[in-house]
Design a protein around this ligand. Structure first.
Ligand SMILES: [Zn+2]
Ligand SMILES: [Zn+2]
Length: 277
């Protein structure tokens, strides 16, 4: 097995990443990446430290476009955005969109983060879901399903992001029939779009999980339904550009996948390319 190096999901200092865009591009090139897609968190009207500030969106776009020109013929760079359900940004300027859900909207109009601290998610479950983790999961999956079906993104971001804090909080049993049916019911209609299901290794790099999003039972179902997958690092630090890729590829092979999709190493042939695992 040879690990294919590409990521269509990286963050920089334009949002909550630790590495400037130019350093991220250089690190990917030095590591032999076939292609790279920048996907800062899209502008939103709340939680400003997390996303590209609306007044810097133009600068983000122009800097990635200039890196694209700088690396032309050596390593294709693409301009993407990770667009949250509650983002206010237009998808128009971007080569591709990752659709993700990172927040719940509370009755008081504030947003409760899903993948920030476990305490914040627990407070939302206690205050707004009568303490039921399954009820919270149902809300998350129904938002993600509606979002993906309405915006038809290129990529479905970290489908079961809830696993990060559930590893600490144990709000529900991830092996229960009720949870599995709920997750599968949300995933199934996404096959009606052209979206790629992301195999996201970001939580491995950050030490929260030992396996990628989504859980193997979801990847198995996706394969059965003929869906396509893309391995992404959701990297916030250039040191972790390809962390977890060997495990992700081994997992996909064990589930019967024989190929995945990546950002094309040859932009003239299209945005996406299948490659053998
Ligand atoms: Zn995300
Ligand atoms: Zn991300």
């Amino acid at each position: 097995m040879s690990v294919t190096l590409s990521s269509a999901h990286v963050h920089t200092t334009f949002c909550d990443g630790k590495t400037p865009a130019s350093e991220m591009a250089r690190a990917a090139y030095d590591r032999g990446f076939a292609s790279l897609g920048f996907t800062s968190h899209a502008p939103q009207t709340f939680d400003p430290g997390y996303c590209v500030p609306p007044e810097r969106e133009g600068e983000y776009i122009s800097q990635v476009r200039s890196l694209q020109a700088e690396y032309k013929g050596r390593m294709p760079i693409y301009l993407g955005i990770e667009r949250d359900y509650y983002s206010c940004a237009s998808p128009a300027p971007y080569d591709f969109i990752i659709a993700s859900v990172h927040y719940f909207l509370k009755p008081d109009g504030h947003h409760a983060p899903i993948d920030a601290t476990a305490e914040k998610l627990k407070a939302y479950v206690d205050d707004c879901c009568e303490g039921s983790g399954l009820d919270m999961a149902k809300r998350y999956f129904s938002m993600l399903r509606d979002y993906v079906l309405s915006c038809n993104p290129a990529i479905i971001g970290h489908f079961d992001l809830l696993r990060k804090n559930n590893a600490v909080l144990r709000l529900y049993d991830e092996d229960s029939a009720a949870y599995r049916a709920m997750a599968l019911d949300a995933l199934r209609p996404m096959r009606e779009t052209d979206a790629l299901l992301e195999v996201n290794t970001g939580a491995i790099a950050r030490g929260y999980l030992t396996t990628p999003y989504p859980a193997p039972f979801l990847l198995s179902a996706w394969k059965e339904w003929g869906g396509e997958v893309i391995i992404n690092s959701d990297c916030h630090n250039a040191s972790y550009l390809d962390t977890g890729y060997e495990d992700a590829e081994a997992l996909l092979l064990s589930l019967g996948y024989d190929h995945a999709v990546r950002l094309s190493p040859d932009p003239e042939k299209g945005l996406w390319e299948r490659y053998a695992l």
